[in-house]
Unconditional design. Structure first.
Length: 133
């Protein structure tokens, strides 16, 4: 299965968007950006759709959700899935975030061992000061 990155496109800075795409794709991710500012519902709907299909087929499963965000708005959905389907579904949350943007609620939901800081990934940068002129 391929990994996908979904994020808000930065239409005002084409060079930044290009560097972000290159950074994610160099790490092996499919990159998808949206002009729409509120992509939380896209991510939430994708997650619930996946869980629904598993439950409809009466399966048990382990889902690894990789979330690239520091936003705690996703925590209620994650907690709800875990609470309602605990007997049939193990939801593992892996979080990638900039250290200064990460909420403590998201750290708790993922567990500190499943939190990775984008700041610490060698070669991963969207800093344009090093971009070729």
């Amino acid at each position: 299965a391929a990994f996908r990155v979904v994020r808000v496109r930065n239409d005002s800075d084409v060079e930044y968007e290009k560097r972000a795409r290159e950074a994610w794709e160099s790490c092996g991710y499919l990159y998808q950006s949206h002009a729409e500012k509120d992509i939380d519902h896209i991510i939430t709907n994708f997650s619930w759709d996946h869980v629904s299909k598993i439950m409809e087929n009466n399966l048990t499963a382990h889902i690894r959700l990789v979330l690239v965000s520091g936003d705690s708005d996703y925590v209620p959905v994650i907690e709800s899935v875990r609470r309602n389907y605990a007997k049939r579904l193990q939801l593992e949350l892996i979080v990638f975030s900039w250290e200064e943007k990460l909420s403590s609620r998201l750290i708790q939901a993922a567990g500190s061992g499943n939190v990775h800081f984008l700041d610490n990934i060698e070669g991963f940068t969207t800093d344009l000061s090093h971009a070729a002129k």
